[in-house]
Design a protein around this ligand. Structure first.
Ligand SMILES: [Zn+2]
Ligand SMILES: [Zn+2]
Length: 314
């Protein structure tokens, strides 16, 4: 996993300005957003945000429920390998949950686990010993990955698009089928690792490349996360993009969830309305989330304030 910190995040899409206002301006708050299920605090190596900052922002913006999903890595070369102890993370998050409950925000204790088949057994053991409210399984650019910054150019050269993305989706398929996770995080983040050698447009033109992964997510019974952090990177699309969310639905996908994947204060719930918008457009009526022992459904809001950017500008 390379850093996901957003301090230097490039390329904010100018067309998203109205959405920025809507999701980040306390004045007319994102009061229709019921959940942000992907947040990193200072218990992740690539964030320095204290948990209370997100909690206060959630109160300010009337987001009633958030999940703290700090990184847990399983390769000693990855930055979140033993970066924190489970017990410390749990104590911090549960303590904050208690403090903030009376303010009207519910804080769930989650984690984002970096998945790879090589350490499947370690992930399994970790989850057998440690109980989270909610667990995201994500595939990052693991240390021997062809997408590692120093290796990606050589990997792309002379290969077809199918060959280029295969290692990423192979891990996603395994993660989806592993039975370990509630959610597959930021599907198609590989486009960030491949930029600018392969563009988002080139990948969008080959939507078929994602089909086996989408089918595995449907069959694995996990939620597909629509992660708005992609809007902060080149390509400026959610992970995955709107058309992929729609295709997932066509393939029988029923479980979805959303997250801003904030690593910085300014990224809290950032443009999360666009993730919700893709769900509404694809016909999803509910999120599928877990609160400890309960898998729950949370209604996707349909109020007009979550309408199109044009409607918001009007
Ligand atoms: Zn991630
Ligand atoms: Zn994350």
């Amino acid at each position: 996993m390379t850093s996901e910190a957003e301090g230097s995040s490039p390329n904010r899409a100018s067309s998203g300005a109205a959405w920025d206002d809507w999701t980040s301006d306390a004045g007319h708050a994102g009061h229709d957003l019921p959940l942000d299920a992907h947040l990193h605090t200072d218990q992740s190596p690539d964030s320095s945000v204290p948990i209370d900052v997100y909690a206060a922002l959630a109160v300010e913006r009337h987001i009633p429920e958030i999940a703290i999903t700090d990184h847990v890595d399983f390769d000693p070369r990855d930055p979140a390998y033993r970066y924190t102890r489970f017990e410390d993370r749990e104590r911090t998050v549960r303590g904050a949950a208690e403090r903030w409950a009376k303010e009207g925000v519910t804080i769930r204790f989650g984690a984002e686990l970096t998945y790879n088949r090589r350490w499947d057994a370690d992930v399994r053991e970790h989850l057998a010993k440690h109980h989270y409210d909610y667990v995201i399984g994500s595939v990052h650019d693991w240390p021997e990955s062809p997408y590692w910054p120093s290796r990606v150019r050589a990997w792309v050269e002379g290969r077809t698009l199918d060959e280029i993305v295969e290692p990423y989706y192979a891990e996603i398929i395994a993660a989806a089928r592993s039975g370990l996770f509630d959610t597959i995080g930021h599907l198609d983040v590989v486009k960030r690792y491949l930029h600018p050698l392969v563009t988002a447009e080139q990948l969008a033109a080959r939507a078929d490349l994602q089909e086996p992964a989408l089918r595995a997510i449907v069959e694995g019974g996990v939620s597909l996360e629509v992660n708005s952090s992609g809007l902060r990177y080149p390509g400026a699309e959610t992970y995955p993009s709107g058309p992929v969310v729609a295709r997932y639905r066509e393939l029988g996908g029923e479980r979805v969830v959303v997250g801003s994947d904030a690593h910085a204060r300014g990224s809290f719930a950032h443009r999360l309305g666009e993730s919700y918008r893709h769900l509404i457009d694809a016909g999803f009526g509910q999120l599928t989330f877990r609160r400890g022992s309960d898998r729950v459904h949370i209604e996707v809001p349909r109020r007009t304030t979550i309408g199109t950017p044009d409607a918001l500008r009007a």
